[in-house]
Write a protein that binds this ligand. Structure first.
Ligand code: UTP
Length: 470
């Protein structure tokens, strides 16, 4: 596209003000502005302005909420065995891919760099990316199959993430099977429907949310690449959870055996008002209801036996069928996930004075998609209940709840559980926490069962000792 084409495009959607300063820009600035403009899907934005910017979208009709049905698969049960066998066969046949979303801004953690490069493991201080890479490598070895790994980055962290993998030789993975793709952006839009300029030559933009994963898979060709490789099931997880098993054969196998298009792991809620999404049945469809949308009387409701009525939290671990993602994205300008609006303060250039303004109150609409909104669109959805201590401990904050400190503690606790299950004595502190720093590399054991197979000479762990198994 040359500048005349762009001008015509902007005229067609009433956004020509984005070229207001064109004549004053240097050649380099012009290039940057064109780069920004080409990343905006103006067709999509034009559709959303009347419904999501100039009006507040109609609130969803008050629907009846019921607990969502969930299944369990305890180790040793028949369902667990069947899921494991099917998942293993799928991995061996090369039809499973891993997908991590790592495009977020990580503003709460305040780490300078992609969150995947955050060092987290208790003994070796391995980064999140390294842990996942080792887990995928171990899965490939265990099941003698190839698991391509798709990594969604954003404009902000794409280069640094790619360089990190290259500098570390892809942690032993074949670089052809590590596929980076960049997530899309959405411009910030003023209440008058005009897209804001962040600078005279830059559009104000932000990532389009983790739901943007599906759109980005389709737009970047990653989805086509999956089809070419014969991928049928996509194992989705977030970059900030060091306890996740990126490719869990039981979960993936049960997704397939239940004929599901979308599947999710759930864990029991930590407390009534925990800030997590809640699995619920809404209008007969399994959905995730955000904590902020859940009426408090539902959050606090109890069953006759005193247990929590709505007790299944979403931890953003899913399996999606590749064909389902294709169906949701067949019209790339109108991906079938709903858009959510947030009214935020966005600094912008005043079109008359050319000066940058820091607003004192929210002045613009930002639009995002959420990946869990895909669940009710699936023909069949399966929710598998997991043990929180086995699968979930996110690194969101610098300190306190859901921080690096709690994630390390939970990694040590899980390693202690697995080791004790094999008869290894773990010293305990007065408060009951393990009195040792423990780390089991995924390359040594991916789960408790594999640890039991491997660990022949039981290690001795002295009080306040350190144990690393690889
Ligand atoms: P969060 O919602 O925790 O956001 O993302 P964040 O950007 O990482 O952190 P804060 O809120 O700024 O502190 C959950 C997961 O979704 C990914 C993140 O990388 C993380 O794995 N994500 C989020 C994206 O990939 N893109 C987005 O636009 C948003």
């Amino acid at each position: 596209m040359n500048i005349d084409d762009i001008r015509a495009l902007l005229r067609g959607c009433d956004q020509t003000h984005l070229l207001r300063f064109w004549d004053d820009l240097s050649a380099r600035q012009r290039e940057e502005l064109i780069g920004d403009l080409l990343r905006v899907d103006f067709e999509q934005v034009a559709r959303l302005i009347p419904t999501h910017v100039q009006r507040v979208p109609d609130a969803a009709p008050k629907a009846r909420i019921d607990p969502a049905p969930v299944i369990t698969a305890k180790p040793g049960s028949q369902r667990h065995r069947e899921g494991a066998a099917r998942g293993a066969a799928m991995i061996t046949s090369g039809t499973v891919a891993a997908l991590v979303v790592a495009g977020g801004q990580g503003s709460r953690l305040g780490f300078d760099g992609p969150k995947g490069m955050y060092p987290i493991s208790p003994v070796r201080n391995k980064t999140l990316f390294r842990l996942f890479a080792e887990s995928i490598l171990a899965t490939q070895r265990r099941f003698a199959g190839t698991v391509p790994w798709y990594i969604m980055t954003s404009e902000m962290n794409d280069r640094a993430s790619r360089d990190y993998f290259a500098a570390n030789k892809y942690f032993g993975l074949d670089s052809d099977n590590v596929i980076f793709f960049k997530q899309g952006v959405m411009p910030a839009i003023g209440r008058d429907g005009k897209i804001l300029l962040d600078d005279r030559h830059r559009v104000a933009m932000s990532p389009d949310g983790h739901g943007g994963t599906l759109r980005a898979l389709a737009c970047t060709g990653a989805l086509r690449d999956m089809a070419t490789r014969g991928i049928e099931a996509v194992s989705y997880f977030q970059v900030d959870n060091p306890l996740v098993t990126p490719v869990d054969p039981v979960f993936i196998g049960l997704h397939d055996l239940t004929g599901s298009e979308a599947s999710s792991l759930a864990v029991p809620k930590a407390d009534d008002l925990e800030k997590v999404g809640n699995f619920a049945l809404v209008n007969g469809k399994i959905c995730v209801v955000e904590y902020s949308d859940l009426p408090e009387h539902h959050a606090r409701a109890r069953n006759p036996d005193g247990s929590r009525w709505l007790d299944n939290a979403s931890i953003a671990i899913h399996v999606f069928s590749r064909r389902f993602i294709e169906r949701l994205t067949d019209d790339i300008h109108a991906v079938k996930l709903p858009w959510h609006r947030a009214v935020k303060k966005v600094a912008h250039v005043d079109l008359d004075s050319g000066r940058r303004i820091e607003p004192e109150s929210p002045n613009a609409v930002k639009l995002e998609m959420f990946v869990f909104d895909a669940l009710p669109l699936a023909d069949k959805t399966m929710v598998l209940l997991a043990k929180r201590s086995e699968v979930f401990s996110p690194v969101k904050n610098a300190t306190g709840v859901d921080s690096a400190e709690t994630a390390r503690r939970d990694m040590i606790r899980r390693a202690a559980d697995w080791l004790q299950g094999c008869g290894v004595a773990i010293p305990a502190r007065n408060d009951g926490e393990p009195d040792a720093v423990l780390e089991i590399s995924p390359l040594y054991a991916l789960d408790a069962a594999q640890l039991a197979e491997r660990i022949t000479d039981k290690p001795t762990v002295p009080p306040s000792g350190t144990l690393y198994l690889e």
